[in-house]
Design a protein around this ligand. Sequence first.
Ligand code: PGA
Length: 243
Amino acid sequence: MLEINKFNKIIVANWKLNGSFEFIESYFNFLESVKIKKDICGIICLPYVYLDKCNQLSHSFYTGAQDCSNFKNGAFTGDISAFMLKDVNCQFSLVGHSERRKFFNQTNEDIKLKIENLMNQDLNPILCIGETLEEKEKGATNDVLKKQIIECLPQNSSNNSVIIAYEPIWAIGTGQTPTLEEISNIHSFIKNDITKCENFKILYGGSVKSSNVGKIMSLDNIDGVLVGGASLDPLEFGKILTA
Ligand code: PGA
């Protein structure tokens, strides 16, 4: 398992359901020429079938999956286990992304099992949490995030092994973001007021692009960003990595 604390900032690309062998070749052709600082941890989370190719083509980035099975092995057609991710030299996996929760009915209980399976294989989980617009408008954001964290994080999670990504659901793919003050307050709430995740690395995700990443990253308690749409354009993602 990689020691998360050795990195200053963490920048994650989430390709979602996008990519091809042709695309991945041209992507790394460009991105490998971008000079990123040594203390930045760059992670590319891409569809399972391209994990191996990513390891072959990328020298400056870690490889991440977008999910893994709740189960270790057995009769679970279509699933990919944490062991299999380890077997293809994957180092990270997103878990609990809001699209997996929404479209694939994943619960906090499922997500906890995934994190346990990943940690048993020495892989680093990136736990995604976030509130809906309705929850935000009701003033329930902190309670929602706290519940997700408490129910998803296994007892033995540490700030050196698990990363948390705060992604307000209403900000994902919409071009809308919380104010800088809101992001900062929520990150310090997670770091300081939830005993289970003291000093965890917390990333912000949701409509991050090269034009807003500088301001977001300069906030005190932001340890990095999780980038969806904008990570699919290597030029744009290159700017985010060097902002
Ligand atoms: P977005 O997606 O950057 O396109 O908003 C972020 C995510 O879903 O991880």
